[in-house]
Design a protein around this ligand. Structure first.
Ligand code: ADP
Length: 477
């Protein structure tokens, strides 16, 4: 099958979250099964240095009046995956992240930036002759490429099956109606059954309503988003389209995330040499000038610091656990109140708490290898990747039972691999962390859980067939 896979971030070229990991790895897994995948993403500043030399360039003209849109053909050096980069200096070449400026404020023209990306995606899907390659299926991801489904609808094209994957329903890419004309989409699409969203227009809703199949990144989240509590205003829309919605768990790229071959950690280890994990723990404590006693557990956080992730709860309960000898290592950035809350905690417990604000890929590997338990008390979690990485590193996740966390972490039974709590409050989290600490001091039980954790296979290979079946079912229609 030929699949055009569109995303606004793709690892290792650019990453702000799980979407990039997925967009970097699922296409590789599909190619390994013999399918023909092409990626498309904007040529953000600095991206051209990270890809192979450009093989071909196609000028798509200046449909948005902001400068010519150029499609550049290249591939990702690490794995040879073919990719088209959409170049337009005025839209994509900025010093800051892909979506927000250095103050964390959304770029004012995001609706045009991602309408243009989506327009290029739709154009490539429709006019395969431009690149001598006709996609069988178009795979869109999140709101940034959701507009592509709207362009194809606007152009009355319905012969190309569209899959839209929701990585996080919270980010619906909705904009003020008076910006709609900038997209050059047909106003006919602005109905309640179209891309209108509470008086605004939404890229994500376009991606949902005009898709042939909707997936989300775990089975539990696929169920949860049908409810008002998790539906973020789209639950009604989703309930009406339940028959085309499914959940396929994200996988892990174990080439990047395996303690036995991870080049970014001080000491490699596997299930037979688990005691060597201690070397990583010691190095991590030393790196952060924390107390080096290995007899007490080290908790960790690697996360965006947002309300979603429930990390305000950790701040709330942490002092009582620190007073019992635990330590905490935090890597993250986001909400300024949370950032300063964690920095304050570090100030109060300089021997026990180390906080680094920012995004550091290498450091995140050292944390996964060095801590004992990873805290993920999310209020909602579409899939979550960090718990999957943690399991492979014999780092036990402490998670709230929601979304992909509920599908992958289990406290009870002979395959128990972590600690799970139900209610999104400090008390439930604290009890789970206390159970975690008690287990840590019971060496045998801890070791058993660690071994269980390492044995789980959450690889892309394990789920690729579900994707192939989904694409195939659309082609068979
Ligand atoms: P989300 O996509 O909601 O942010 P996921 O758990 O699905 O959450 O994916 C987050 C990804 O980003 C993981 O690969 C995680 O290791 C990484 N990550 C998050 N914050 C940081 C950070 N501050 N530094 C390095 N990596 C981070």
């Amino acid at each position: 099958m030929k699949i055009l896979f569109a995303a606004s971030e793709i690892y290792p070229l650019i990453k702000t979250g799980g979407l990039a990991d997925v967009a970097g790895a699922l296409p590789v897994a599909l190619r390994n099964k013999g399918h023909d995948i092409k990626l498309i993403m904007p040529a953000y500043q600095g991206i051209l240095k990270k890809v192979a030399p450009i093989q071909k360039s196609i000028n798509l003209g200046n449909p948005f009046g902001v400068g010519d849109l150029l499609l550049l053909e290249t591939h990702i050096p690490d794995n040879d995956t073919p990719i088209w980069l959409l170049q337009c200096q005025a839209l994509y070449e900025r010093e800051d992240g892909p979506y927000v400026d250095k103050n964390g404020i959304d770029f004012q023209d995001n609706h045009i930036r991602f309408a243009a990306l989506s327009w290029a995606v739709a154009t490539l899907a429709l006019h395969g002759n431009l690149i001598d390659w006709q996609a069988d299926v178009l795979h869109l991801n999140d709101w940034q490429t959701g507009f592509a489904a709207a362009y194809l609808k606007s152009w009355k094209v319905d012969h190309i099956p569209i899959v839209t994957t929701v990585h996080n329903l919270r980010y619906n890419g909705s904009f003020d109606m008076n910006q709609f004309s900038d997209t050059h989409l047909s106003p006919e699409l602005l109905s309640m059954h179209g891309m209108e969203f509470y008086g605004r227009f939404s890229g994500l809703k376009a991606g949902l309503v005009y898709a042939d199949a909707i997936t989300t990144v775990s089975p539990t989240y696929a169920q949860e988003i049908l409810t008002p509590e998790y539906g973020d205003g789209l639950d009604g829309t989703l309930r009406a389209m339940q028959n085309k919605l499914s959940g396929i768990l994200n996988g892990v790229d174990y080439n990047q995330w395996s303690p036995e071959k991870d080049a970014l950690i001080p000491q490699n280890y596997d299930i037979d040499t688990l005691h060597l994990k201690q070397t990583n723990k010691l190095a991590l404590l030393r790196e952060n000038s924390l107390s080096e006693d290995l007899n007490y557990p080290v908790f960790g956080v690697v996360s965006r610091l947002t309300e979603q992730k429930g990390l305000d709860l950790v701040l709330h309960v942490m002092p009582s656990l620190l007073d019992k000898g635990a330590r905490l290592i935090v890597l993250g950035s986001g909400d300024k109140n949370l950032e300063s809350g964690y920095l304050e905690l570090q100030k109060n417990y300089p021997q026990q708490v180390a906080v680094r604000i920012g995004y550091f890929e290498d450091y995140s590997h050292r944390i996964q290898a060095g801590i004992d338990a990873l805290l993920i008390p999310s209020r909602f979690e579409p899939c979550g990747l960090t718990q999957l990485y943690a399991l492979k590193y014999a780092t036990l996740p402490v998670v709230r039972q929601t979304g992909g966390l509920a599908d992958t972490v289990f406290e009870e039974g002979d395959k128990a691999n972590g600690f799970v709590f139900k209610e999104a409050n400090g008390e439930s989290l604290k009890l789970a962390m206390e159970r975690c600490m008690a287990c840590f001091y019971d060496g045998n039980r801890w070791l058993q859980k660690q071994q269980n954790a390492m044995r789980y296979d959450y690889s892309w290979e394990a789920v690729t067939d579900q994707w192939v079946d989904l694409y195939q079912s659309l082609l068979n229609r």
